[in-house]
Design a protein around this ligand. Structure first.
Ligand SMILES: NC(=O)c1ccc[n+]([C@@H]2O[C@H](COP(=O)([O-])OP(=O)(O)OC[C@H]3O[C@@H](n4cnc5c(N)ncnc54)[C@H](O)[C@@H]3O)[C@@H](O)[C@H]2O)c1
Length: 368
């Protein structure tokens, strides 16, 4: 919005200063010599502000603003906090419960069991709440033992919002490091033992960090890919194998990010962007491979969402907050509740003919 406005002013100014006398004399004397356009296009004036903004001019000729809003800034360094410094994620209130409005039965997840990785906190926890509100039982799988408390609070909140219900949802908590195959297999066995089956999977375990590419610590890069990519792969293949053994249909939703389709600015995060692009394409690849087994696989790519963690980062970096918001067409960050409907839709029969899709929930960020 901002750049084109400046550009239009520059074009207007250039237009006035370069227009031949015959053109500015008045509306009744409008004559357009055929040569005007050609001579303007061929102009090679070193002081022409538009020439300075082209590849004909050396870098920096147009001023400090060149590329300013489209570049990463190596000074932005954000490390994923240690567990002790991690802010808690509250169970959301007043948005997840049952309702008495008519809606399509296809959206119901009744009699299903859903496993959510990274469900102890953040987006995973709130999506889990939406999934339970839609009728499913839930297995929260997380590295963090906060998962047990989250499971308990989720049921308490559900009970508060649905007083008088005879049967409460079965919500369980399980430990796994999603990047470790043995840990993943143990968690899958535990969930099947507790719930009898798994119908749906949501892979929300993941994290991001910000270092410029050249300084990115290699061990942290490996860890990032391990959790975001291997973790998604291991859980998806584990659940697909279980569904195939049961000869049961199912659906899987992988949480990618808009970063899998664009490059965020100003914070540098090349490994995260590449990892989320991998998640998106894993969803497409699995969708094709498992279509014949009745297993659908889709991706949700959220934009900037205000979780306890992003709140902490942005409280400490208000300039980053303003920059982010300025780049979102709707002018707003999302909240975790904005994913409740998207995940329920993609897991449920309402999206029966949708597989391999990437649903961007980003306020239009990736459109501009
Ligand atoms: N918050 C956003 O703005 C945003 C935007 C786009 C995409 N995402 C993606 O959404 C997902 C959830 O992000 P969030 O903001 O809720 O983060 P979060 O840190 O609040 O929650 C992530 C959860 O994953 C768990 N986890 C991390 N590593 C794990 C591992 N090795 N094994 C098991 N669990 C592990 C954490 O303990 C935590 O409970 C991530 O994949 C993230 O990349 C987030």
């Amino acid at each position: 919005m901002f750049r084109p406005a400046i550009l239009r002013q520059v074009v207007r100014a250039v237009d006035q200063s370069t227009r031949p006398a015959a053109l500015v004399a008045g509306p009744h004397q409008f004559i357009r010599p055929l040569s005007t356009t050609v001579s303007r296009a061929q102009r090679d004036d070193k002081n022409d502000p538009l020439t300075k903004a082209t590849t004909k001019a050396p870098g920096g000729a147009a001023g400090e603003h060149e590329g300013k809003y489209a570049r990463t800034d190596e000074n932005v360094v954000i490390e994923y906090p240690d567990d002790a410094d991690m802010p808690r994620s509250p169970v959301v209130q007043g948005r997840g419960g049952m309702h008495f409005k008519r809606t399509l039965a296809q959206f119901s997840l009744e009699n299903r069991v859903t496993l959510v990785t990274g469900g102890a906190r953040g987006l995973g926890l709130v999506m889990g709440q939406g999934i339970v509100a839609s009728g499913s039982d839930l297995a929260i799988v997380d590295l963090n033992h906060e998962a047990e408390e989250s499971a308990r609070k989720l049921v308490e909140q559900f009970q508060k919002e649905n007083p008088g219900l005879e049967q409460l949802p079965n919500v369980t908590a399980h430990y796994a490091d999603v990047s470790n195959p043995d840990s993943v297999n143990n968690a899958l066995s535990e969930v099947i033992a507790k719930h009898g089956k798994i119908d749906h999977l949501v892979t929300s375990a993941g994290f991001t960090e910000n270092f410029d590419a050249i300084s990115y610590p290699y061990d942290r890069m490996q860890k990032l890919w391990g959790v975001n990519v291997d973790g998604t792969y291991l859980f998806a293949t584990g659940v697909a194998k279980h569904l195939m053994e049961r000869k049961a249909p199912g659906s899987i939703v992988m949480i990618g990010s808009m970063s899998g389709a664009i490059v965020n600015v100003p914070q540098p995060q090349a490994p995260y962007n590449a990892a989320k692009a991998a998640v998106r394409h894993l969803a497409s690849s699995f969708a094709v491979e498992w279509a014949g087994h009745g297993i659908r696989v889709n991706c949700i790519s959220p934009g900037y969402m205000l979780t306890a963690l992003t709140r902490k980062i942005l409280d400490e970096n208000p300039e980053l907050r303003d920059k982010w918001i300025s780049l979102i067409p709707t002018g707003k960050m999302g909240v975790p509740e904005d994913l409740m409907g998207a995940v329920t839709f993609l897991l449920s029969d309402a999206s029966k003919y949708i597989t391999g899709a990437d649903l961007r929930v980003d306020g239009g960020y990736t459109l501009t």
